[in-house]
Design a protein around this ligand. Structure first.
Ligand SMILES: *[C@@H]1O[C@H](CO)[C@@H](O)[C@H](O)[C@H]1NC(C)=O
Ligand SMILES: *[C@@H]1O[C@H](CO)[C@@H](O)[C@H](O)[C@H]1NC(C)=O
Length: 371
């Protein structure tokens, strides 16, 4: 009988070992490790998850020596890995953190064209992902922690017989990415309490009947948003909309970046260059690679049956990013805010279908820019 997954972030394999971290045990958490070498090799990173002392579970910053670029800090300890029932169909990384089939597919470097049947399945996954995102978004308010949002996303995903794709992907510890203010993407849900005036991006991806769906949106928390943040969020929203208008058979993927960067510049914003849109469906990430900046030379032409994401990340200040010591969280280099919107799109015979489209009841939506 398997007891769970190795708590070493570098391992994450399924294990029936009974080697438990004694400090976790004292704090009421059961973390198992495969063996001594997983335990010792990963102890520094694992230690960051411990509460500061037995009787103090107030959040603390595990990266005290790190030069943060803005005012957001990590708020550890993270909550333990959430449970996925055995009957849920899982991608290969659920067990050991490595997306092996995706890595194998990457070597082919081909853009998949989906059959009608496959598209039906992708469409179902996208509808479920939209439902989960909308439920999570309706919980966004001052006073909720990003970890509580993770719990909502996790539970709602499982209720729909789906697996939360981020969970254990290259050992990512949570089921959703929550990116607050100056965080560009891949923020890890923790004990940070959202406050009035923050912006937060929720990135929901799930795996359902063999297909991945992926979408994210940036939401306003409360009412006290700065005019710079509103401009950045609305510019990001418009950049995605303008790029989608171009999508149809025959459009070159490289043309999307020109339209996105032009609109960003007109609104005094910059475009992140490190992270790109991507193919999605049978794989969480695959070809094509879709940069969002102008004058890129990415290959490929849209054809009916292709499914991919466009997800411009737009910054108030400089485009450069730096990564936190957790190896995931990407922050702007100058600490100014960043916003992003993402859809999963299907190229049709004469245009494009937004598979993750909003509906009338979807929370969020645009705000007017103020002068
Ligand atoms: C999520 O599911 C767990 C396990 O079933 C349950 O204990 C918890 O209360 C649920 N949380 C929410 C926010 O629904
Ligand atoms: C939005 O989704 C895309 C696709 O998975 C991802 O690469 C990006 O980092 C996400 N954005 C955020 C802010 O998490």
């Amino acid at each position: 009988m398997s007891q769970g997954y190795c708590a070493s972030l570098q391992c994450g394999k399924e294990t029936d070992s009974s080697l438990k971290c004694p400090i976790c045990l004292k704090q009421g958490i059961e973390s198992v490790f495969c063996n001594e070498s997983c335990y010792k090799g990963n102890y520094k990173a694992h230690k960051a998850l411990h509460s500061k002392s037995d009787d103090d579970d107030s959040p603390y910053d595990p990266f005290l020596k790190f030069k943060y670029t803005g005012s957001l800090r990590a708020h550890y300890p993270l909550t333990p890995k959430r449970y996925v029932p055995p009957e849920i169909e899982k991608p290969d990384w659920a067990a050991n953190g490595l997306p092996l089939s995706e890595q194998r597919n990457d070597r082919l470097n081909k853009i998949p064209i989906y059959t009608k049947d496959e598209i039906k399945k992708i469409r179902k996954a996208c509808i479920a992902a939209r439902e989960v995102l909308d439920i999570a978004a309706s919980a966004v308010r001052p006073g909720i922690t990003t970890d509580e949002i993770d719990e909502i996303v996790h539970n709602e995903t499982i209720k729909r017989d789906a697996y939360p794709s981020p969970l254990n992907y290259y050992n990512f510890p949570k089921s959703v990415c929550t990116s607050v203010n100056e965080i560009i993407c891949h923020g890890i849900p923790d004990k940070y309490v959202l406050k009035d005036g923050d912006i937060v991006n929720l990135d929901v991806s799930l795996y359902y009947q063999g297909m991945h769906a992926d979408l994210n949106e940036t939401y306003y928390v409360g009412e006290a948003t700065s005019k710079e943040a509103i401009n950045t969020v609305e510019t990001a929203r418009e950049c995605l909309k303008n790029a989608i208008k171009l999508c149809k058979p025959g459009t070159r993927f490289q043309d999307l970046g020109d339209v996105i960067e032009k609109h960003a510049k007109q609104n005094k914003c910059s475009v992140v260059r490190t992270y790109c849109g991507h193919g999605v469906g049978k794989f969480f990430h695959c070809s094509p690679n879709i940069p969002h900046y102008a004058n890129n030379r990415t290959p490929g032409i849209m054809k009916a049956g292709m499914v991919f994401t466009i997800e411009p990340m737009i910054n108030e200040g400089v485009w450069q990013d730096i990564t936190w010591p957790d190896d995931w969280t990407a922050a702007t280099k100058d600490g100014k805010v960043s916003a992003q919107f993402e859809h999963t799109l299907l190229v049709t015979d004469n245009g494009v279908e937004i598979l993750t489209a909003r509906n009338k009841k979807s929370p969020g939506g645009p705000r007017h820019r103020t002068k």
